[in-house]
Design a protein around this ligand. Structure first.
Ligand SMILES: *Cc1c(COP(=O)(O)O)cnc(C)c1O
Length: 348
């Protein structure tokens, strides 16, 4: 099977398994795991933050950040197709008692103005107050979109003036960095809290890190335990994170060029499907809204040939390139996918 459903489907390599097997460990609930401690410090330093907190998932890293940023009854605003509001199953409402409102942006691309227009900080005793704004970089459902650093900077400055705090959902910040050349610390400095995933493009089996000030991380550590995610000899997993950071960041450029080739092949069938110029990272988001076929129909055709994609909406088919997707598999996709598209697509 050629699995392009997500970049989460990668399996740990031999090299990664080796460092996991040999990891120094201790009881991390007591703060005794040296491999976890060094990973938290390493990722924090990379993004110019004081401290880090290892979590089993990116959703938890996001939710711990939200927990410390937004009081019950206050609101977080973000883009309509953000993971935080679409793919975390209402966790902000369930765990933190917060509300959300969203703005819609083409391809999920950040414009500071969109966020600032929606934001209503310090709304007094009658209206909900906006306390935090979340930015997703890269934007998953937007098609791996890299957020413009000047818009992030502008939002950072204006939000601060109004007393609001910014959160970065950086599950794929690695891809943004490799695509844009913007340093991790440059991204990090505009945000009060950051979450990053080690188990997406970087290929670790498990693990995310929440980053913030020392005080805020201390609070998040209490909530992590309260939520039941205090883990013990978890350096075995943190070692995979170290290995991923050592070996798998720069190679993301290969995933990006493979995604671009898939996008170009699709656009050659019909430019209405995708604009390859918008494919900046490892996600190919095909828009079928101008055609009669559904994403599920095309996905079934692909499946029959051993290729897996994600039908994320009736007219939204997503293919994600990753560490375990080879050039040989790419060749096959470049032959089969355009054939299927030519056969099935009829303009509505
Ligand atoms: C995958 C992802 C997360 C976290 O996902 P988990 O499955 O909980 O690790 C968060 N944000 C974005 C944008 C993601 O793509």
């Amino acid at each position: 099977m050629i699995d392009l459903r997500s970049d989460t489907v990668t399996k740990p390599s031999q090299g990664m398994r080796q460092v996991m097997a040999e990891a120094l460990v201790g009881d991390d609930v007591y703060g005794d795991d040296p491999t976890v401690n060094s990973l938290e410090a390493r990722v924090a330093k990379l993004f110019g933050k004081e401290a880090g907190l290892f979590t089993p998932s990116g959703s938890l890293a996001n939710q711990l950040a939200i927990r410390t940023l937004v009081n019950p009854g206050e609101e977080l605003i973000t883009e309509t197709d953000s993971h935080i509001v679409r793919a975390e199953l209402g966790a902000g409402a369930v765990f933190s008692g917060i509300t959300t409102r969203t703005w819609k942006a083409p391809l999920g691309k950040l414009s500071a103005q969109d966020a600032l227009q929606l934001a209503k900080p310090n709304s007094g005793p009658y209206l909900v107050s906006t306390t935090a704004i979340a930015v997703e970089n890269t934007h998953n459902f937007g098609g791996g979109t890299v957020q413009p650093i000047d818009e992030i900077a502008k939002l950072g400055v204006e939000a601060k003036k109004l007393g609001m705090l910014l959160h970065l959902d950086g599950a794929r910040i690695w891809n943004a960095h490799v695509s844009s050349g913007v340093a991790f610390s440059e991204y990090g400095k505009h945000f009060e809290t950051v979450s990053v995933c080690l188990s997406k493009g970087l290929g670790a089996p498990v693990g995310s890190v929440m980053l913030a000030s020392t005080d805020r991380i201390a609070k998040a550590r209490v909530w992590r335990k309260r939520y039941g995610a205090g883990m013990r000899q978890v350096g075995i997993l943190a070692a995979a994170g170290h290995y991923a950071l050592d070996n798998n960041i720069e190679r993301l450029a290969d995933d990006h060029s493979r995604a671009k080739k898939i996008a170009i092949a699709c656009a050659e069938v019909s430019p209405l499907l995708i604009d390859p110029n918008n494919v900046e990272t490892n996600i190919v988001a095909l828009d079928l809204s101008k055609f009669t076929a559904t994403a599920q129909e095309i996905n079934s055709e692909l499946n029959a040939l051993g290729i897996l994609a994600s039908a994320l909406g009736p007219k939204f088919l997503r293919l994600v390139t990753h560490l375990d997707f080879t050039d040989k598999e790419l060749e096959q996709v470049l032959i089969e996918l355009p054939k299927i598209l030519k056969r099935t697509l009829v303009i509505e």
